[in-house]
Design a protein around this ligand. Structure first.
Ligand SMILES: C[S@@+](CC[C@H](N)C(=O)[O-])C[C@H]1O[C@@H](n2cnc3c(N)ncnc32)[C@H](O)[C@@H]1O
Length: 318
């Protein structure tokens, strides 16, 4: 039987739904994660063929059906899978421990319902705003071209529908569900017994402002920067070799970790990708546990961790 020490500061390659059940109960202080809302940036190209063609090395979530053309049932499929993940996370977290889960605007409601139905309390929803993202909408010329009508009619139709695309605007935010495992007794009693349950409001954002539920890492102009800015990531922090398609900013994860845990706490990410949460945990003087199904991402995470100089760590005062 593995002990807590066998898990702490480890990156484990495996399916979260197989690895999590092996972990002990009630030993993790916080979960910070960015699950594969089965997109992995594949958007509507998510046939198995496309996955293999576009990301040959990427192994994808095994518990959800492939097929990422817009499908109104996707959310329900996602819910069924994520409910099982969230139930495991609830068992592994200490009472009062926080669960921060990045999401997509389209699936946020299902993700949150799964987390709540697993037994967590939903405490808030944070929003990470950003500017850079490619619009994903498709025009219909390609389909018009295939219609059994004359060339003249096709041209008329194309002119009529110019600018009309599939209903997707540019996505410029990610919601982050903020959930808490029910605490024991009062919040004070829980904090004293388990060292989790409260937020550290001395953690500041922007120009020394009280923590808010809107977060930005790009500069948006003086007013927004003043209230919501956490430092912007750069290429160095990501690692030039990092081929992961959806790397989160370290600073964002550091902020969530500092807000919700004490130094030396254990932070779990069951979908660690290229290791961002592990780096954020280490740089804030916390411990990490990371799981990912893709061995290549685990290797990137290991390399990022090994290259992250201890001199860069800003250990929080104990
Ligand atoms: C959105 S990415 C996480 C990116 C990460 N936050 C970063 O900054 O690099 C989701 C990750 O979940 C992994 N994944 C997909 N299905 C999984 C499963 N069943 N168990 C564990 N990991 C899985 C993918 O390989 C991918 O790296």
């Amino acid at each position: 039987m593995k002990t807590i020490h066998d898990w702490v500061d480890q990156l484990i390659c495996g399916d979260a739904l197989q690895v999590l059940p092996e972990m002990p109960s009630e030993f993790v202080d916080a979960v910070v994660t960015d699950p594969p809302y089965f997109l992995d940036k594949l958007d509507n190209q998510w046939s198995l063929e496309q996955v293999e063609k576009r990301l040959p090395s990427q192994r994808v979530i095994t518990h959800l059906p492939p097929g990422m053309k817009f499908d109104p049932n996707q959310g329900r499929e996602f819910y069924r899978w994520f409910l099982k993940v969230a139930q495991e996370l609830l068992r592994i977290l200490k009472p009062g421990g926080f669960f921060f889960c990045f999401s997509s605007p389209r699936l946020y409601h299902r993700l949150t319902a799964a987390v709540e139905d697993a037994g967590f309390w939903i405490r808030d929803s944070f929003i990470w705003l950003y500017l850079q993202n490619q619009p994903k909408a498709m025009g219909l010329d390609h389909f018009i071209e295939r219609l059994p009508v004359s060339e003249a009619v096709k041209q008329q139709l194309k002119a009529k529908l110019r600018g009309w695309k599939t209903p997707q605007v540019k996505s410029c935010y990610e919601p982050i569900v903020v959930a808490q495992k029910p605490y024991e007794g009062t919040l004070l009693e829980n904090m004293l017994k388990h060292q989790v349950g409260l937020f550290n409001t001395e953690v500041r954002i922007g120009s020394n402002m009280y923590p808010a539920n809107v977060l930005i890492v790009d500069s948006f102009g003086a007013m927004l920067d003043r209230y919501f800015l956490v430092p912007k990531p750069d290429v160095q922090e990501k690692g030039a070799y990092n081929t992961h398609p959806s790397v989160k900013p370290v600073a964002l994860c550091e902020h969530l970790i500092r807000l919700s845990t004490l130094p030396q706490a254990i932070v779990l990410d069951p979908f660690i990708g290229s290791g961002t949460t592990a780096i954020a945990a280490r740089s804030t003087g916390r411990h990490f546990i990371g799981v990912d199904i893709n061995p290549e991402y685990i290797a990137i995470a290991q390399r990022r961790l090994s290259e992250w100089s201890p001199s860069l760590f800003q250990e929080d005062a104990p």
